[in-house]
Design a protein around this ligand. Sequence first.
Ligand code: FES
Length: 156
Amino acid sequence: MIPTELKTKLQSRVSAAITNREAAVDVMKALQAHYGWLTDEAVVEAAELLGLSPLQVEELATFYEMIYRRPVGRSVIHVCDSISCWAMGGESLLSHLSGLLGIKPGETTTDGTFTLLPCCCLGNCGEAPAVMIGDTICGRVTVENAAGLIERERNR
Ligand code: FES
């Protein structure tokens, strides 16, 4: 159950939206930040806040790849696998990160710190290959600087 303060904040967000669905991503992201991922309980709470059915929230949640319907690590590392990043070595980078973290794409490190996920275009194509670590988008990531980026996030 979410705290009253967060509930009030999200009710205001929904009230300010032209349609309730417009606020859906903000509501889901806020609940995800609160729980760590979008739990079943959070889906029901989002549905109540948005005036939608849990199934409608579920449909929205599964459409957005940055909404997580299962537990993730403290930081999610998204590695872009769209065309520009792929052409600039994104596939090798994903493989390298997988080796550095000791997990396969889709998995979470045993200490719960990182989850590694391939993703669609991060909108940073001009600086391919791009990676998003937590909320930070990093461009021109190489096998040489990847470890430093991970350590910086680990110590954040
Ligand atoms: S293709 Fe990777 S950021 Fe756009």
